[in-house]
Design a protein around this ligand. Structure first.
Ligand code: MN
Length: 710
């Protein structure tokens, strides 16, 4: 604990130092008499967290917040106290960390996604909160052996799943490596034991060789008048473990347990050394990586090569500048160390852009599972490098497609993309790109923009954001309105109402197929023509039909049964039925009902001249009641090319079933030019009706058949 005070004296001065000392005293007092699971004083924990952050080079506010990070949660100290003593900035950091502490990562995917969201919200507000949290987790992992084995497992898993990848993504390899090794110890204790004892054994064997290679490279530098450092660096256990697993190899088959690192002053010198090394030793194909020209997603920069040395042993060599080396160790934290430096500020912006991206698209992703997957995809993604036709290198996430490539170039290129060539051959847009592919995107000014399917194809979050942005722009009020009225008209034409088709349930079902997140999105894309209304509506109709319970249909049939005066009135019971005196219909006549106000239904012959001027809305289908009381009328709507065709087909099928058609009523839709015929069919069981519909659907000339009510 005195160590940290000395460290503070050495690192900070002036107002910063005074504040940090006050934070130290404040936390010490607040945590007095508290103990950790290990039995040691609680205050050791915030001190260690602060220490880690000082070593990372964080600013005074962050370190002060580290001292105070557990006081709100574990002591009577209030937010107001901290604000009064240390001001708004420190308070915000402490509150941020406290909030993150409350996040428990469960196995439930839904909750995990929600938790990730919280982390990203915190990061977007102030990235330093996450850095404090990482330091906090690091110290907790270091002292994990005092907890129950169940908590050890949970913490280690959580760290491996969330915090180590976050540290990696922020480029803080120091923390990442230590976290991973600590996790391995608890998650796979046997493997940890095996590796930690055997790697050192193996290293002893090769220590002379490593020294030899280091000497050779040093000589190389001296000969070229380049000043720099050369040393061997042991790989951390977890990375060896990962390599064994990924490449399915035993420890003996992993040759790069040590990497030779060369650190020089300039980028030019990096490449000079790189060339000299390849001149001296043969590089292993496929193992040369230029992360200077194309930095990793976490901004890691370095040259990597693996060479066969003249002593018959393969070595990995990493070449970088001092600045790159520092950035590789400290990642995003390096920003605070060189705060004055303008270039570093830009760098921070680039480093943080992915967080903004995540924030942006998480707003558009309502489905937490999708969110979680995309996020994991982003954090864990490895990369594939491909080329533009001009030879520029583009780095994309693994399994990326030409669409990812197009959006990486520019959102306009993506939005207008109509095709792609890979290595001069036309390919489908969902083709998975391979390392070294030359990708040429074909665009067209006439393109209507991205399609919703693209959201399923693209692998990079940024492409997904851009596609969603496009849709968002198109989400104008008039498009939504237009789409809605198109949908409504089509629904009506097919004999449905909008409200029976579009329910929360049915939307959820359709949305999962077409990747919408809201009804507005759906209507808008119908409105501006990205989707045809037919494409969407058939999915709703399908859902509607499948979700109609059988009782409903039975009810409908029995409702139809009600009759009066030997006449069925469609869908109504208990009505007063009279026969019109003008045309005196008799059983067998084609009849129609007229709803007269206060007098029930008057039944006319359909050809009755008095009906010609009747109010069409007041006409109602009626039919003669069959003497066989066990049979009922059911109505179906059949859609096809022409009325004659429909009538012929239905008549023959109905005859096959030995049924009667009670009435038909056909028309041609003005817009789609398709024929629609309603049939009233007399039958005696619902099963017969169902098989009739199935049979009709099998005919290719019939495009749709369904029951109608009322
Ligand atoms: Mn803590």
């Amino acid at each position: 604990m005195f160590e940290i005070l000395q460290k503070l004296e050495k690192t900070y001065n002036g107002k910063d130092l005074t504040m940090l000392k006050r934070a130290y005293d404040f936390a010490k007092k607040a945590h007095a008499n508290q103990k950790r699971a290990s039995g040691e004083e609680y205050f050791i924990h915030p001190c260690t967290v602060a220490h880690i952050l000082v070593d990372l080079g964080l600013d005074a506010a962050t370190v002060a917040a580290a001292f105070l990070h557990d006081v709100i949660e574990d002591t009577p100290v209030s937010e107001g106290d901290i604000k009064k003593e240390f001001g708004e900035e420190v308070l915000e950091l402490v509150v941020g960390v406290t909030k993150l502490d409350k996040i428990r990562f469960n196995s439930k995917e839904e909750e995990q996604a929600e938790n990730f969201r919280k982390i990203f919200v915190a990061m977007a507000k102030d990235i330093r909160v996450i850095i404090i949290k990482l330091a906090d987790r690091l110290h907790n992992m270091r002292s994990l052996n005092f907890l129950s084995s169940e908590r050890q497992q949970r913490m280690a898993r959580e760290t491996l799943d969330i915090y180590a990848p976050l540290a990696d993504r922020l480029g803080i390899s120091q923390i990442k490596c230590e976290l991973e090794d600590l996790c391995l110890k608890y998650v796979e204790p046997d493997m940890y034991e095996y590796l930690s004892s055997n790697i050192d054994e193996k290293l002893k064997e090769s220590v002379d060789l490593v020294e030899h290679v280091v000497d050779e490279v040093k000589k190389m530098l001296a000969d070229s008048g380049i000043s720099g450092e050369v040393f061997g660096r042991k790989k951390h256990l977890y990375s060896v473990h990962r390599k064994m697993k990924e490449r399915n190899k035993t420890l003996d088959q992993i040759y790069d347990l040590v990497a030779i690192r060369v650190i020089v002053n300039t980028v030019d010198e990096c490449y000079e050394v790189f060339g000299k090394i390849h001149h001296k030793w043969k590089p292993v194909p496929g193992r040369i990586k230029d992360y200077i020209a194309t930095p990793k997603l976490n901004m890691y920069r370095s040259l990597h090569t693996t060479v066969m040395t003249n002593f018959g042993k393969v070595f990995e060599i990493q070449i970088r500048t001092y600045e790159m080396n520092h950035a590789a160790e400290y990642g995003i934290a390096a920003h605070w160390k060189y705060k004055e430096n303008k270039k570093e500020a830009d760098d921070l912006d680039t480093r943080l852009s992915w967080i903004r991206e995540v924030m942006e698209w998480q707003g558009g992703l309502k489905d937490s599972k999708e969110f979680l997957n995309s996020l994991k995809g982003d954090i864990y993604s490895s990369e594939v490098l491909v080329f533009t036709p001009k030879g520029d290198v583009i780095s994309l996430p693994k399994d990326a497609t030409p669409l990812d490539f197009a959006y990486n170039i520019h959102s306009q290129v993506g939005n207008r993309c109509v095709g792609a060539k890979v290595n001069s051959k036309m390919v489908p847009l969902n083709t998975v790109l391979q390392v070294g592919d030359v990708v040429d995107i074909i665009t067209s000014q006439n393109s209507k923009g991205p399609s919703w399917d693209w959201l399923k194809i693209v692998k990079s979050p940024s492409a997904r954001v851009k596609i969603r942005q496009f849709f968002k722009r198109e989400m104008k009020e008039e498009n939504i309105k237009m789409g809605k009225s198109m949908f409504e008209a089509e629904a009506k034409r097919r004999g449905y109402s909008m409200s029976e088709l579009v329910t929360d349930q049915s939307f959820e079902h359709v949305a999962s197929k077409l990747s919408f997140t809201g009804q507005d999105e759906m209507f808008a894309s119908i409105g501006y023509g990205a989707l045809t209304v037919n494409h969407v509506i058939v999915k709703f109709i399908d859902f509607y039909r499948r979700s109609q319970p059988k009782e409903e249909i039975t009810k409908f049939i029995s409702k139809n049964k009600s009759s009066s005066g030997g006449v069925n009135v469609k869908g109504m019971s208990g009505l007063l039925v009279r026969f019109a005196r003008c045309c005196t219909p008799v059983p067998g006549d084609d009849i129609v009902g007229f709803i007269s106000r206060g007098h029930g239904v008057t039944v006319h012959r359909r050809d009755c001249p008095n009906l010609k001027n009747a109010d069409y809305d007041r006409l109602i289908e009626v039919s003669w009641e069959d003497t066989a009381t066990s049979s009922y009328n059911a109505t179906i709507k059949v859609i096809g090319n022409t009325q004659t065709e429909i009538l012929t087909i239905v008549a023959s099928v109905v005859a096959q079933f030995d049924l009667d058609i009670v009435s038909t009523n056909g028309r041609v839709d003005g817009k789609s030019k398709r024929a629609i015929v309603d049939f009233c069919i007399r039958l005696n069981s619902i099963d017969v009706l169902n098989s009739l519909i199935v049979k009709l659907k099998q005919d290719p000339k019939i495009s749709d058949v369904y029951r109608t009510a009322n």
